[in-house]
Design a protein around this ligand. Structure first.
Ligand code: 3HC
Length: 331
C-alpha cells in the first residue's frame, strides 16, 4: 500500500523522511559507524558507491603500471617484492568491491561502469613507467600519498569502508617502504643511477600531488562528503601533509623536488609550494592522459578473456551447492 492509499499526505511522508535524515546525521555527528543494515540517506549511499568503486578501480588498474616491470626487475629479490606488492593491490580491489557490494550494487555493474567510462579511477595510473626508478618512485610517492589518504579514511563513517582501510593501510606501509628502498639504493649507486632516480622524481612529483583531488575551492563533493564524515580531511589538507612528509625524505636521498617555489614557511609550519597544473589534471581525468586508453583497453581485454574462467567457477559453485543441498535432504 502506498503512502497515498493509506491516506498519508505527502507532508507527513516528508516529515518522516526529514526526521530520519536528522537522526541519521545526528548518528554520524556522534561518531557512530553506519553499517549496511542501518537506514541511510540515499545521497550518502550513492556518494559511497561512487567513491568506493573508484577506489577499487584504482587498486585494480594500479596493478598495470608496475605489473609490466615484474619480469624486468633487476634481481630475484626485487622481482619477489614487486610481485607481492602487485598481488596486494588485487586484494585491496577485492576488499573495496566487497565493501561497495554491501551498499546494494553488484561488482559486475561497477566494473561495467568503469569499462564504459562512467566511473573513474585515480589519475596517477595514467602515466607511463619508463625506468626501474619509476617503480621506486611509485612505491615511495604514489603509495605514500595513498597511505595519507587512506589513514584518514580509516575514520570514515561507513563501517565496511573504514575497516577495509585498516587492513589496506598495513600493506601500503610495506609498499611505500620498498619503493623508498629502491630509490635509496639508486641514490647510493652510480651517478647514472642517481640521475635516473632524480628523473623519476621529476616526472612523478606533480601527478602525485594531483592524486588528492582538485583544490578545496573546486571540489564538488568535499563539503557534503565531510558533513557525512566520508572524507575526514580536505583535499588540500592531505596534499599539504604529503608535501610536508615527503620533502625531508627527498632531501635525505639527496634528490631535488622539482618545484622552484618550494620553501619552508616557519610562520605556517608547513612548506609553501608552487601552483599545480590543473589543466593537466582535468585533461587526464577526462581520459586524455598518456596511458588512459591503454590502461582501460587492457582491463576490458582481461575481463573479456577471463569471462570463461569466471563462468566455469560460477557453474562449479552452483553444482557444488546443489550437491550439498541434495545431501542435506538425504540426512
Ligand atoms: N583521479 C581521478 N579522479 C579524481 C581525482 C583523481 N586523482 N581526484 C578527484 N577526482 C574526481 C572525483 O572522483 C570527482 O569526480 P566524480 O564526481 O566523477 O566522481 C571529481 O574529480 C571532483 O573531485 P572531488 O574532490 O569533489 O571528489 P571526492 O570528494 O571524491 O575526492 C578523492 C576525490 C580525494 C580521490 C576521494 O574520492 C578519495 O579519497 N577517494 C578514495 C581514495 C582513492 O580513490 N585513492 C585513489 C588511489 S588508490 C591507490 O593509490 C592505491 C595504491 O595502493 C596504489
Amino acid at each position: 500500500m502506498s503512502y497515498e492509499d493509506a491516506g498519508v499526505t505527502h507532508s507527513v511522508f516528508a516529515d518522516d523522511l526529514a526526521g530520519r535524515e536528522a537522526a541519521f546525521q545526528a548518528k554520524i555527528d556522534a561518531g557512530i559507524a553506519i553499517e549496511p543494515q542501518d537506514w541511510m540517506a540515499e545521497g550518502y549511499r550513492k556518494m559511497l558507491i561512487r567513491q568506493i568503486s573508484q577506489h577499487a578501480h584504482s587498486e585494480i588498474i594500479g596493478q598495470l603500471p608496475e605489473g609490466g616491470w615484474i619480469t624486468r626487475a633487476p634481481s630475484l629479490e626485487r622481482k619477489a617484492i614487486l610481485l607481492a606488492k602487485v598481488q596486494d593491490e588485487a586484494g585491496h580491489g577485492l576488499y573495496l568491491y566487497g565493501a561497495a557490494e554491501t551498499l546494494g550494487v553488484s561488482r559486475e555493474q561497477l566494473i561495467a561502469e568503469l569499462h564504459d567510462g562512467k566511473s573513474k579511477y585515480s589519475s596517477i595510473f595514467n602515466y607511463p613507467v619508463l625506468t626501474w626508478a619509476d617503480v621506486g618512485a611509485i612505491g615511495w610517492l604514489v603509495d605514500g600519498a595513498a597511505i595519507i589518504n587512506q589513514t584518514s579514511l580509516c575514520r570514515c563513517s561507513y563501517g565496511p569502508y573504514a575497516r577495509a582501510m585498516v587492513r589496506i593501510c598495513k600493506e601500503e606501509s610495506f609498499h611505500q617502504r620498498q619503493g623508498y628502498d629502491v630509490m635509496w639504493r639508486l641514490c647510493q649507486g652510480t651517478e647514472k643511477q642517481k640521475a635516473m632516480a632524480q628523473e623519476a622524481l621529476d616526472r612523478w612529483w606533480w601527478p602525485c600531488l594531483m592524486m588528492f583531488g582538485p583544490a578545496d575551492a573546486d571540489s564538488v563533493h568535499s563539503m557534503q562528503s565531510m558533513a557525512w564524515k566520508i572524507k575526514i580531511h580536505s583535499n588540500d589538507a592531505l596534499r599539504q601533509r604529503m608535501v610536508d612528509q615527503t620533502v625531508p625524505q627527498a632531501e635525505y636521498l639527496g634528490l631535488r623536488v622539482p618545484d622552484p617555489d618550494l620553501r619552508w614557511n616557519p610562520a605556517r609550519d608547513h612548506y609553501d609550494f608552487g601552483a599545480i597544473d590543473w589543466h593537466e589534471f582535468h585533461r587526464v581525468i577526462a581520459g586524455e592522459g598518456p596511458c588512459n586508453h591503454e590502461r582501460l583497453a587492457t582491463r576490458v581485454r582481461a575481463a573479456e578473456e577471463g569471462a570463461w574462467f569466471r563462468e566455469a567457477l560460477a557453474a562449479y559453485a552452483e553444482k557444488q551447492s546443489g550437491a550439498e543441498c541434495r545431501n542435506e535432504v538425504k540426512r
